[in-house]
Write a protein of this length. Structure first.
Ligand SMILES: Nc1ncnc2c1ncn2[C@@H]1O[C@H](COP(=O)(O)OP(=O)(O)OP(=O)(O)O)[C@@H](O)[C@H]1O
Ligand SMILES: [Mg+2]
Lengths: 329, 328
């Protein structure tokens, strides 16, 4: 990675709420045309990372440190006017809840056209024509008729396609997808992920795919970042990371994702839950995962928390206990 | 469904419900008025100072007040079926004509007050919501609370003291300068000047109501997911507010505003009386004092029709604003 700048390089990003730090010293990079997955339990800071990049954090949140270099600028240092020209045009975002992410009182066509008129300066008729093309691009059947539909007339999967059409309308360089399929049926999930993957290739976008489902990571991501309690605890290429996780939390997540075990259906496969909850990370001086970790030793709980250490094959992990001895049993 | 089809369906549903409602209101009002002590003959006799039992009986027979209640009601409904609101012996003209004379004045006053209330209410409410918890929100909250709680007649009198008597900027009563000979724009401005004080008196309460409704609605809508989507598109705060937040906040505000329309007629009685505004409200007030029940029933019937019509309009507006409205 030396020499060429990646599309996006987050460095030491820290996001704080009053009395609570949601993202802590997070660093990661996304290359153009690459899919990077951020994985972690609910509450691990995935959405706050994404919203910080868009500079759309809730009012009470503050970015207290770090930078995010994107196409030659630091997103964290842009003023609101410059940031508005980035949003929707250079970086687009789609959200978890397709049922509520579209405005109920405007047609889907108008909502796609809105972003085209804003950033591309298209007139009403031209924007509508382009909106129909985009609906076709995201595989909505009969787009010329559907363009005048209201969101409530569409299924969840269709609405998420509309969201994707809005997101790719201006040909962004980076697409952030925050759990884009969590609210959808399993069969629809694969279709939507396929669509995102195809668009990433065709438009050569970087894709930051946020999920709490390690199961979909192997198939779609080029790189995986595992987050716990606001920190990156492990990073690496999906093959190696899923094969032999170096952090007990990653191992726990793998056990907890309902992978289809040999001869068993999804239902029968045992969910090896991680005991305890993420709330136990609060006020932990050492490794935030220590209170829930089977492998924890005394030094794990002593400050400061273990640093990220580079391993072979471009892997990184913040756990000295297991990383030395290979994969946990 | 297309917008036009939604509107037609809403219209049909409303008109069908309006007829039995209006009939029910007439009958109910008729009996309610019978509960008031005394009748027109008593008032006339009191005014003339001297009346014998004999003349009273004659007067009642002449006015039809000696008939049994049910026959009186049937007679009234009979008139109504033929499109007549009866005759007012006091004003010596048909009630319908009397009401038509007064109707435009009241409609203008109501329209002015409602328009003012809606615009200012929406504006105050939005400002309050966007600054929730900060000083602007607090200050406007106190102001609207005052608007809400101070009685209309007192506000009207204070406005007269301040703007007519002390400052001499605005007229204290009437709807136009009598025999001024003004025409065209001058005349319109003269009418407007007369409307400002009574219109504001009437509007203040509703400014407060709409402001509070808008504040709640905007705060509710502002945290919806689609607002985040709109911001992620790169829209300016103003465009997000207008196209996405306010557009959705209008839905609950218009519904509740429609329900308050009846109240503004009540307010009109006070405002018109304080500012001697020649409208229906003052006519109703006078009719009560004189027990002129034909006039009063006519005014009440028209008022209820007005409320029904406004509710239909609100319903249509709603069908126009909200594509999800269920039309059956
Ligand atoms: N509005 C808020 N006020 C205070 N703290 C918040 C707020 N929103 C989020 N947080 C904190 O930030 C942390 C990270 O939240 P975030 O939404 O990024 O989690 P996530 O990884 O996206 O989880 P999920 O899978 O549920 O979407 C949470 O632990 C939460 O306590
Ligand atoms: Mg999230």
């Amino acid at each position: 990675m030396v020499g060429t700048e990646p599309l996006l390089r987050i460095d030491g990003l820290t996001v704080a709420f009053p009395g609570e730090t949601a993202v802590r010293d997070l660093s990661l990079a996304v290359e153009a045309g690459q899919t990077v997955a951020i994985v972690g339990e609910s509450g691990s800071g995935k959405s706050m990372t994404a919203l910080a990049l868009m500079r759309l954090l809730p009012r009470s949140a503050r970015i207290t440190g770090g930078s995010a270099r994107f196409a030659g600028r630091d997103l964290m240092a842009l003023d609101e006017g410059a940031m508005r020209r980035v949003r929707g045009r250079e970086i687009a975002m789609i959200f978890q809840e397709p049922m509520t992410s579209l405005n109920p009182v405007h047609t889907i066509g108008a909502q796609v056209a809105e972003v085209l008129r804003l950033h591309e300066g298209l007139g009403r008729a031209a924007a509508r024509k382009r909106a129909i093309e985009l609906l076709d691009l995201v595989r909505i059947a009969d787009p010329a008729r559907r363009v005048d539909d209201y969101p409530h007339q569409l299924s969840g999967g269709m609405r998420q396609r509309v969201m994707i059409a809005i997101a790719v309308a201006c040909g962004p360089k980076l697409l952030i997808a925050d759990e884009p399929t969590t609210a959808l049926d399993v069969t629809i999930q694969a279709q939507v992920l396929d669509l995102l993957d195809r668009l990433r290739r065709d438009l050569s976008m970087g894709l930051l795919l946020i999920t709490h489902d390690l199961g979909i990571v192997g198939q779609w991501a080029d790189r995986v970042v595992v987050m716990y309690a606001g920190r990156k605890v492990e990073e690496g290429p999906p093959g190696a990371l899923l094969e032999a996780p170096l952090h007990p939390y990653t191992a726990g997540l793998l056990g907890a994702s309902p992978r289809k075990a040999e001869g068993l259906g999804y239902r029968e496969a045992r969910l090896a839950e991680i005991p305890g909850s993420i709330s136990s990370a609060r006020g932990e001086a050492g490794c935030a995962f220590a209170p829930r970790c089977r492998h924890a030793i005394a030094s794990c709980r002593a400050a400061p928390p273990p640093p990220l250490v580079a391993h072979a094959d471009g892997r990184m992990v913040a756990c000295p206990v297991l990383a030395g001895s290979g994969a946990p049993s | 469904m297309t917008r036009a089809a939604r509107l037609l369906a809403a219209l049909r549903r409303n008109l069908l419900a309006a007829i039995p409602t209006a009939l029910g209101i007439v009958i109910l009002n008729f009996f309610l008025l019978q509960l008031a002590p005394g009748d027109a003959a008593d008032v006339m006799a009191a005014e003339s100072g001297a009346a014998t039992e004999e003349t009273m009986r004659q007067l009642r027979a002449q006015l039809g007040l000696d008939l049994p209640l049910l026959s009186q009601l049937m007679a009234y409904l009979g008139h109504l079926a033929q499109g007549s609101l009866g005759f007012s012996p006091r004003y010596n003209m048909p009630v319908a004509e009397l009401i038509l004379q007064r109707l435009p004045g009241t409609l203008m006053l109501m329209g002015f007050a409602l328009g003012l209330a809606f615009l200012l209410g929406l504006f105050f409410g939005t400002v309050m919501a966007l600054n929730a918890g900060r000083i602007a929100d607090r200050a406007l909250s106190v102001l609207t609370l005052i608007f809400y709680s101070v009685p209309g007649f007192w506000i009207g009198l204070m406005l007269i003291v301040a703007f007519s008597i002390k400052l001499g900027w605005l007229p204290s009563g009437g709807s136009e300068t009598i025999a001024s000979g003004k025409t065209g724009l001058d005349y319109a401005l003269d009418r407007l000047r007369h409307m400002i004080l009574p219109g504001t008196t009437l509007a203040l309460f509703f400014i407060a109501v709409y402001a509070r409704l808008t504040r709640a609605a905007v705060m509710e809508v502002a945290q919806q997911d689609f607002v985040r989507t709109a911001r992620a598109k790169g829209l300016s705060a103003f465009a997000v507010g207008r196209r996405h937040v306010l557009r959705n906040a209008l839905l609950p505000v218009t519904t509740l505003a429609g329900m308050h329309i009846g109240g503004i007629l009540g307010g009109a009685v006070v405002a018109e009386t304080v500012f001697s505004w020649p409208g229906l409200g003052r006519l109703a007030f006078e009719a009560v004092m004189r027990r002129d029940y034909n006039v009063l029933l006519g005014v009440l019937l028209l008022s209820s029709l007005l409320v029904i019509v406004v509710n239909i309009l609100v319903d249509l507006l709603h069908a126009w604003l909200d594509p999800r409205i269920d039309l059956r």
